[in-house]
Design a protein. Structure first.
Length: 143
């Protein structure tokens, strides 16, 4: 399974972001389809990896856990790289709790999803400023 995850990561466009305790490798979701699909159907994330969702501007972003099989940390990050808020340990979808009922909102241009607990291990917290390369949506579907 780890080999498959490594292959998927190798085929994806990624960026590296330095956190206080580790370097994160983030897949870029910058089109409507990649943002909608996100981390659906994945059963695990390799350590120090995740996904960064790219939107046009700093604004309220809403995320739900539809077809998301792993618990996540969601970091809402402003255009200047400052972490606005973190939704930690967001539960995975289950038969008892459909993903549409597991919703988290925050403010930012970017949303970073990591495996649950990774944000704390990496030393990430609200107010911390990350160096994120300038990213823009590659389509007009980003609000």
């Amino acid at each position: 399974m780890m080999v498959l995850l490594a292959l998927m990561l190798a085929l994806s466009r990624t960026i590296s972001v330095q956190a206080p305790n580790e370097k994160l490798t983030l897949e870029i979701a910058d089109t409507t389809s990649t943002r909608e699909y996100g981390l659906m159907f994945r059963t695990q994330l390799a350590p120090h990896t995740g996904m960064i969702f790219v939107f046009s501007d700093d604004e309220r972003q809403g995320f739900w856990m539809k077809n998301t099989l792993i618990a996540l940390d969601m970091l809402f990050v402003r255009a200047n790289g400052t972490i606005d808020s973190i939704a930690a340990d967001v539960p995975a979808e289950t038969a008892q709790t459909p993903g549409e009922e597991i919703r988290r909102d925050g403010y930012g241009k970017y949303v970073i999803e990591l495996a649950a607990g990774e944000a704390k291990r990496a030393g990430l917290h609200p107010g911390l400023k990350l160096r994120i390369p300038k990213l823009e949506p590659r389509d007009s579907g980003a609000s």
